[in-house]
Structure formats: structure tokens, C-alpha cells
Design a protein around this ligand. Sequence first.
Ligand code: HEC
Ligand code: HEC
Length: 508
Amino acid sequence: MSNDKNNIPISPRSLHRLRLLGRFLLWFPLVLAVGAIGYAIQRFGNDEPVRYRDPVQHFMYGSTGGERESGFPYWIWQVLPKVCPQHLPGKGYQSLGMLFEAGRDLPVGMSMRRSLGLDRVFLNCAACHTSTVRTAPDAVPVLITGMPAHRFDIRAFESFFFNCAADPKFSAEFIVPEIAAAKPDGLSLLDRYLVYPVAISIMRERLLMLRGRFDFVFGQPDWGPGRVDTFNSAKVLFNFPMHRLPPKELLGASDFPSIWNQGRRMRRDDGERMELHWDGNNTHTEERNKSAAFGTGTTPPTLDLKAVARVEEWLLTAAPPAWPWAVDEALAARGKALYGEYCAACHGASGQDFAGQRVGHVTPIAEIATDRARLDSYTYDLAVNQATLYAGYPHRFKYFRKTFGYANMPLDGIWLRAPYLHNGSVPTLRDLLEPAAQRPPVFYRGDDVLDQTRVGFVASVAERDGQALFRYDTSLPGNGNQGHDGPRYGTALAPEDKDAIVEYLKTF
Ligand code: HEC
Ligand code: HEC
């Protein structure tokens, strides 16, 4: 009696319900899958930079596409100084010479883009081409776009990420709780257990891989702030066998240059293109810009061409600000005459007029006789490889070539471009007018207090605002301060004449 439950007849209503349930069970996973895909597309598929209407803001904070390939997830970037404080020279990213404007959480030169489901950040042009100056130690630093980022220590920046990635603390176990604590709206379960752990492990693998490839850098004397080995980094990206290259090609630390007035840097008066970069290896400003974009973490497919075009357009006419103090007009007028006689043929008539027989051409190394490491670091092999970049695009690189000297560049805003020469080996303009043997053999880089008399930055103190400055030793390989020396370069003039030239250069 008790076991004939199975025979209870099913009422038509129950049958209907069962069918509904069956249908539901059949469709539910599908609905769920579609929902999940929709969420995933919406969450992980969009690719959207933070945009800035103003061209200067775009230059300082806008994306050139680098985050797609190289971007650090924003929240990992934010908490890493807490995870690896021992790998930073001081407190926070400021200690790397990165500049923070009041009320901003990202430094100048860092852009953000939503990519692969996360806000990701990376360097843009301003990281290396914007900095600050002060008229006195207690004055407020003034931000100047387009000038060399003479305080940013990019090698210390690389070291921080490489060393942190090699640290046992670079794991979800340590990083995720820091993010959960720092992020105002906390972490969702998906982020906590899937997205960030995966992002952390991908970032770690990539950094360790790059650390291995950039190994050669750490065999070089320290670059210090405001310098980078431009073209050896490019060789790494082309997978050159770095350990097999001749040592003399592996040393190319160069100063970040200023990048104003690119319109005037396109052509000389006779219609010829200017040969620029420190060694004059490229005649097209458009290519110099796109080549520079590799420094912002992009590759041909990830470069945001429109975003770079906006920077390019702004750079055509961007100009340096005026010298912040009064200029002695009579002295400057005397300096102008001397400058016209000695310097103008190579450097242009003034800070705004780049006319001059040899401007934008290369002076052979035997003649200029400055440190040749940067010149030798750029090789014919590299030029050939660069010609393959953007293959298949209309803007395929065509104008890189090997040269045999350094370029006679325009000197616009020269008071903001210290230390001088391609390797930043001479602290002030007045020092550059001394014979090489009388230039300071050792000095400090990274101070933004202006030297009003000798023109450049204060270079004699080891520390500013509690932060150590970089001790630059001209006796180290690649750091030589020789050359640009002799009667032709004004170093044999009387001291009063040199003062007059320096006074005139303040008007540039
Ligand atoms: C990692 C630092 C770094 C970043 C980022 C960077 N640059 Fe540069 N840039 C340099 C250095 C160093 C040179 C000098 C290269 C040399 O000759 O050795 C240079 C040279 C240039 C020049 C040539 C100067 C001249 O007068 O011809 C231009 C133009 C330029 N950069 C524009 C840009 C633009 C535009 C961006 C962003 C898309 C950018 N740079 C990003 C470091 C950087
Ligand atoms: C024959 C051409 C030539 C003459 C003449 C010449 N220069 Fe130069 N100048 C150069 C070259 C080439 C460089 C780059 C050398 C290097 O960086 O290794 C340079 C570099 C400089 C720099 C450093 C630029 C920077 O951004 O760091 C300054 C400043 C300068 N020259 C000023 C002068 C002054 C002032 C005179 C005249 C008294 C003068 N030059 C005469 C060719 C010349």
C-alpha cells in the first residue's frame, strides 16, 4: 500500500508546470551565457581613453595608445609604492622625479585608458618632455610643457617595476588586499578572485621578461634623471642580440630634448629638411614623433594615430616661455653681435629664427669632438630595422639613416634645456663657453632651481627638499664633457664676451 506512490496520476496542471520548468532549464544557461558575454563585451571589450579637449592637457595627460600594449592596471599602479617601498629611492612616485599637479592622482606624463576591462595607465610624451623650474629655492615650481623632463629618472622608474616584479610580494596575496583597501568602492568578487589575480600574474610575467631583455642597461653607468638610452632600447624592441653587440655600441645615454617649434624644424630656408635627433639621424619631424611614440609603450598596431596627430599639431607652434628675469639689453646687444659671428651659422639667428647656413645639418664628430658614445650607439643595422616599422602603413619609416656627427640644432628656449650637450654633461651655458678642461668634472643633476647668472640649473648642491640629487661624473664612459671647444665655439673669447653671449641666449 505504501509503495504505490509512483502510480499517482499526474494532473494536467502539474504536467504544464513541469514542461515550463524543463523549458526554463533548457534556456536558462543560454540566457546566462548571453548575459555573461554581453557583460564581458561591455566590461572587457571597450577601449576608451580619458579624453582632453585642450591640446596642452591632451599632451600632459592624453593617451597615445600605449596602455593597450603596456598599460599598468590603474589600481595596481596606485598601490605598488606600498607593496614595494624598498625599491623606490624615496616616498612615492615623486621620488622618481614624476610631477603631480595639485588635485590630480596621476602624474604629468601618465595617461589612462579603459582597456581589457580595467583602467590602465602608461607614460605619454610629457613624461620625458615636461618639467618644472623655480626662480629661487623657496619659490613655487612652475610647470613647463615641451621642455626636457630633467627631473624624471626613467631608469629608476624601470628598476622600480622590474625589482618589484621580482619581489615575492608581487602576488595577488599582497596586492589585492591593498587594492581593496585603497579603492573607495571596494572590489567585486569577480575582480577580487579573477580579474586582479590574472592581471597581476600577467603584469609580473611581462615585467620579468622585459627585465631580462633590458639587462644590458644595468651594465651601463647610471643615467640619472633627464636621460635615457634611446636607441639601445629600440634595439631591444627589435630583439637584437644585445650581449653580442660591440660594447661601444651599447652606451647611448642622452638628454631628453625640448620639442617646441616643430613646424620651424621641418625645413631650412633652402627647403631642405632638417637633420635632427642628437645625431641628426632623421630628417622628418613626423617620423621623429612616431618613433618617439615607442617610448610611450606603443607598437604599430596599438598606436593611436589620431591622438598622436593632435600632439604633433600642437608641437608645430608650441613655444618656450620667456626668461623670467629682466635682460640687460645693452649687454645682450653686444652678445647678439658675437653670437652672430660665432654661433648663428650653426644654431640660427635667434630663438625664433632658425636661418643659418648649417642649421639642421650634422657637424662631423672629428670637428665637434664631443663624447661619441651616443653617435656610436646608433648603427646602420638599427636604421635598416627601423625601415621595417609600420610596413604596410602609409607612414612606413623611410628617413632614418646612420650619420657621423652631431646635429646643429636650433636653440629655442635654451635656458630651459640644461644640462647641456647631448649627454647633459655641462651644467650651464657659461660653462659650455669655457674650454672643456675648465668645465665642472662633477656636478649634480635634477635640481629645478635656476642659476640666474651662469644660466642652467643649480648644480652644486647634493640635495633639494630632502631628496638626493644625482651626482654626474664626467669621467665615466659616455659622460664626457669634452668638445664644442676652441676659438670657433667661443671658448677662447674674453670673459666679458662670454657673459654677453650668455645674456643674449636668455632672450631665446
Ligand atoms: C622615454 C622618454 C620619451 C618619451 C616618452 C618621448 N620622448 Fe621624445 N625624445 C626622447 C629622447 C631621449 C629624444 C632624443 C633622441 C636622441 O636623439 O637620442 C627625443 C626626441 C624627440 C623629438 C626630436 C626632437 C627634434 O627636435 O627633432 C621629438 C619631436 C619628440 N621626441 C617628440 C615626442 C613625442 C611626440 C612623444 C610622444 C608621442 C615623445 N617624444 C615621447 C625621449 C622621449
Ligand atoms: C660648427 C657648428 C657649431 C658652432 C660654430 C657652434 N655650435 Fe653649438 N653645437 C653644435 C653641435 C653639433 C652641438 C651638439 C653637440 C653635442 O651635443 O654633442 C652643439 C651644442 C650646443 C649647445 C647645447 C644644446 C643643448 O640642447 O644641450 C649650446 C647651448 C650651443 N651649442 C651653443 C653654442 C654657442 C653659444 C656657440 C657660439 C659661441 C656655438 N654653439 C657654436 C654645433 C655648433
